[in-house]
Design a protein around this ligand. Structure first.
Ligand code: 5CA
Ligand code: ZN
Length: 412
């Protein structure tokens, strides 16, 4: 698939420190300083509805990682999938009477426009589930060869017990796994399964549903095998960071890792598993299934400045759970007005260590709220809010403007 177009990113005068990121598997802060290019996979959308603020927060969060790596001098190889065939999409298609392919294409295109407006750097590899079916089949064949796949009434399942490291990413108890699994697409109660937690690898053709040829008959891929196959294809073994929202920790990321680790024994799927917090609205996790949504595109259609949306997202640490409010968006308009006023002066308060400080806090687990505070202090000093506006640096605004753009993706 075509990714969206890349925004220009200004070069900064200093090199950022190496990035350290919170790893779900170990529970600690882990340096992610690859020798060669940094390799990142972030789980993409299921395109049956428009991009909401929860999606946007997750992609802007990982965009900070992409930028922090680049500012530290790394090349970044970024891959992302599009789950362009799956139950929710097929259900939506039936409900609205529009072909599933048409919905997927339309919503993926809208997502591209949203990401472009929010200045999110695009992945080098933007890959749909449908176009990856040959990769999925090849990976399932490896699992079969390893004795980790079995059939239940024509459907193919993965044996979680085949992965000695199963459970080491999420660290959930078996009880918790069993509770969450059915809420995220799993079918623990199906008779004939070896373990209730085994996930589907290949779903045999159902009447009225799309299907593709495979060695196991016509059918379609399971969800976890899709991301495992796409990530392994583009990024290889043991890539640097597997990312997504915290709703994907289990079963999705645990199962992706399981598939990869059984197919290539001794090679962890990813070095670090990083997860963004959940954005809520009206007191509940924003989700397409609940319908409590604020869409990026609806705000854009109301002529809301996308940089105000991005700023609102950046005001929350990527790992925190938080609630979207219109009041906060309104505050962001005021902040942007004030910052633009400061930048328009050209000369401003001495930038001193502003660039270094912003890059430092971003390198330490992408602390965007701390980065915004550093910028706010400079703005206050420039506008004389603290009575400090005596010393003036001719190129200050240009320096801060480049910093906002390169490190935070805010082009003011
Ligand atoms: N296609 C799968 C991943 S392979 C999927 O989960 N798609 S999705 O459209 O439901 O979500 C896309 C991304 O947004 C995922 O990384 C998901 O974890 C994240 N996400 C979904 N809802 C929220 C939310 N309320 N807050 C933050 N992130 C969210
Ligand atoms: Zn995924």
């Amino acid at each position: 698939m075509q990714p969206w177009s890349a925004p220009d990113v200004p070069a900064l005068p200093v090199t950022a420190p190496e990035v350290a990121l919170h790893d779900t598997a170990t529970g600690g802060l882990v340096p992610v300083a690859p020798e060669g290019p940094a390799r990142l996979y972030v789980c993409g959308i299921t395109p049956y509805d428009a991009t909401h603020m929860g999606h946007a927060a997750t992609y802007v969060g990982f965009d900070l990682l992409n930028r922090a790596w680049r500012n530290a001098g790394h090349e970044v190889v970024y891959a992302q999938n599009v789950t362009d065939v799956d139950d929710p999409l097929l259900e939506r298609a039936t409900k609205v009477g529009i072909p599933w392919q048409e919905i997927a294409e339309r919503e993926t295109e809208l997502f591209r426009q949203d990401m472009t407006a929010l200045r999110v750097l695009p992945p080098a590899f933007y890959t749909g589930a449908v176009e990856s079916i040959p990769l999925v089949i090849a990976l399932i064949e490896r699992l079969e060869a390893a004795g980790a796949a079995y059939e239940v009434e024509g459907d193919l399942y993965f044996s979680v017990t085949a992965d000695p490291a199963f459970g080491e990413e999420s660290h959930l108890s078996r009880e918790e796994m069993l509770r969450i699994f059915p809420q995220r697409g799993g079918d623990p109660d199906r008779p004939g399964k070896k373990d209730p937690l085994d996930p589907i690898l290949w779903l045999a053709e159902r009447p009225g549903e799309p299907s593709w040829e495979s060695p196991w008959g016509r059918g379609r891929p399971g969800w976890h095998i899709e991301c495992a196959a796409i990530a392994m294809e583009h990024l290889g073994g043991s890539f640097d960071v597997q990312g997504g929202g915290s709703d994907l920790v289990f079963p999705h990321h645990e199962m992706c890792a399981g598939h990869a680790q059984v197919a290539v024994p001794g090679t962890p799927f990813a070095k670090v598993y990083a997860h963004a917090g959940m954005v809520a609205y009206d007191g509940e996790k924003m989700s397409k299934s609940k319908g409590n949504l604020v869409f990026v595109s609806s705000l854009r259609n109301s002529d809301i400045d996308p940089m105000a949306i991005r700023l609102t997202l950046l005001r929350h640490h990527y790992r925190s759970d938080w609630e979207w409010t219109n009041a906060e968006l309104n505050e962001s308009f005021n902040i942007l007005d004030q910052w633009r006023k400061a930048l328009a002066l050209g000369a401003g308060a001495p930038t001193g260590l502003v660039v270094e400080d912003v890059l430092d806090v971003l390198a330490a687990d992408l602390d965007s709220p701390a980065a915004l505070e550093v910028i706010q202090d400079w703005v206050d000093a420039t506008l004389g809010v603290d009575g400090l506006a005596d010393a003036s640096e001719a190129t200050a605004a240009a320096t801060i403007s480049d910093l906002l753009d390169a490190a935070l993706g805010l082009k003011l």
